[in-house]
Design a protein around this ligand. Structure first.
Ligand code: FAD
Length: 466
């Protein structure tokens, strides 16, 4: 055993299973301290995730306590300043898992160099992916830009890897304190308490994540390929925030899914969605410009329109298109939105309203509990048509037909837009065709802010300009 203190830098790794860095720290040291660096400005535009983060810290700290490991939350303005100070102490060894985002990986290089120069024992381990980003490239060494060949290669590579022996976290001898002036998880909570509703829906904890995974595999995975399209039912796993914060490792998901004797289409489709997550992480690391700009440069000349009135109507779920409004209200209320509806509301913003996808991305970032730079940026650019392997710009979702196809009875809409609850199936996705004493458009529900056919023609015209 190493006599020094083992430090584990906790990022998106709120779990015991397959937490490589924490497992290594407890194998090598009798005394381990887990620390979380809270940088206020990195959560500036991620209000919803402040809630998930705060609860995750609270719940994880309790679990770590039982193993005589303390979790200390340190507030800092800069990772660099923090580590430059820490490095002078020299009474520790340090471990952390990779986060597959360019800024994190770049900072890792700085740390690895400095720890090495100062002779401080350190180890950076694999994070929450199936394959490391560098492992999956085309045979000519260049990165994939299309999903299907990427996933074919990535899946095969993962399956053929020799599995490493699964280690467990060990209980430490004695709990110690290491950092001064630590903060409590509550300090991270958002100022506005709209998150109170989240507390009725989500429980940010590893045990809960594992349970939800089991329920999904037992009850829903077989029909996943079909059911995942319908927002009025729970057809998907709803595991995304747990995956984002690392309560679940994607290898655990993989292993549990393939335990099922026969691999159904549902299982393959579900694992392919995990594959999309891997693909998106590969994209943002090989093409980091796409985190801030269009992946496809030709979209730099796209004539987006600035229209704060439209943008606000979209955010508030007051566009006059029921399926769009339902989605935006689900997002605000629950911190999550169904994938089909994410595509519909995204398409509506960029194509019907001609508003830059970056404005939508920013709003999602603030409201989504599962926000991840890779998935959000790639999701938005897929919708807008400027991403890698994206939906072509000229394919414009018709929000009425999408509603009629995927929310046939209007149940999803009625749940989130209660002012439409008395409308029949015939009118639920086009309330402007309905009028009676009890329901007046403009009074009880907004007129559509744009007309579908006109907006479609305008979008196609704008596309011609690039
Ligand atoms: C405009 C837009 C923005 C999005 N922003 C995010 C985001 O910030 N964070 C995020 O995790 N997902 C994002 N997605 C992808 C997808 O909508 C969510 O991952 C999914 O809805 C989460 O629900 P689930 O866990 O029930 O998914 P399931 O269908 O059960 O899928 C299982 C897991 O696979 C991954 N996954 C599923 N679909 C996708 C996809 N299309 N792309 C990448 N990974 C996927 C997620 O980790 C998900 O939890 C976005 C999609 C769009 C169209």
């Amino acid at each position: 055993m190493d006599k020094k203190i083992g430090l584990f830098w906790l990022r998106d790794d709120f779990r015991f299973a397959k937490n490589n860095g924490l497992i290594e720290a407890t194998s090598n040291h009798d005394q381990v301290v887990v620390f979380y660096l809270y940088k206020n400005d990195s959560y500036k535009d991620q209000e919803a995730q402040k809630w998930w983060l705060s609860k995750s810290l609270f719940n994880f700290r309790k679990k770590l306590n039982d193993l005589n490991i303390s979790l200390e939350i340190v507030e800092t303005n800069s990772f660099k300043i923090f580590f430059d100070k820490l490095i002078k102490k020299k009474d520790f060894s340090i471990y952390w898992n990779k986060v597959y985002e360019p800024d994190y990986l770049k900072f890792d290089e700085y740390l690895l160099r400095n720890f090495k120069n100062k002779n401080i024992h350190h180890k950076r381990l694999k994070g929450n992916v199936l394959n490391d980003v560098e492992e999956i490239k085309k045979s000519d060494g260049t990165p994939f830009k299309v999903f299907t060949p990427f996933w074919r290669t990535a899946e095969k590579y993962y399956v053929e890897k020799i599995p490493t022996k699964e280690k467990k976290i060990k209980k430490c001898k004695k709990k110690i304190k290491y950092f001064n002036n630590c903060i409590e998880p509550d300090k991270i909570l958002p100022k506005k308490n709209w998150f109170k509703n989240f507390e009725k829906i989500w429980f940010p904890d590893e045990q809960r994540a594992l349970k939800e995974l089991q329920v999904f595999i037992k009850e829903r995975i077989t029909n996943y390929s079909e059911a995942r399209n319908f927002p009025n039912i729970v057809g998907t796993s709803k595991l995304s925030p747990f995956i984002k914060f690392g309560q679940l490792h994607v290898e655990t998901i993989w292993n549990e899914c393939i335990k099922k004797k026969s691999r159904t289409i549902g299982t393959s489709k579900f694992l392919a969605e995990i594959g999309w997550r891997e693909f998106n992480h590969s994209l943002i690391n090989f093409f980091p410009h796409m985190l801030k700009d269009n992946y496809s440069k030709k979209f730099d000349k796209f004539p987006w329109e600035k229209n704060s009135e439209f943008l606000n109507a979209w955010k508030k779920g007051l566009t006059g298109y029921p399926i769009v409004d339902a989605g935006m209200r689900e997002l605000y209320s629950t911190g999550w939105m169904h994938n089909r509806v994410r595509m519909i509301v995204g398409s509506f913003l960029v194509k019907h309203l001609l508003i830059d996808w970056k404005d939508g991305e920013k709003y999602f970032k603030n409201c989504l509990l599962d926000y991840s730079p890779a998935n959000n940026v790639a999701g938005w650019q897929w919708v807008a048509g400027c991403g890698a392997d994206a939906a072509p710009y000229f394919r414009i979702f018709n929000p009425i037909l999408q509603g009629e196809k995927f929310d046939k009875e209007g149940e999803y809409v009625k749940n989130w837009v209660p002012e439409l609850k008395n409308l029949s199936k015939k009118f639920i996705h086009k309330p402007w065709e309905f009028n009676d004493e009890k329901f007046r458009l403009g009074r009880d529900y907004p007129y559509p802010i744009v007309k579908h056919e006109e907006a479609r023609a305008k979008a196609l015209n704008a596309f011609k300009k690039i």
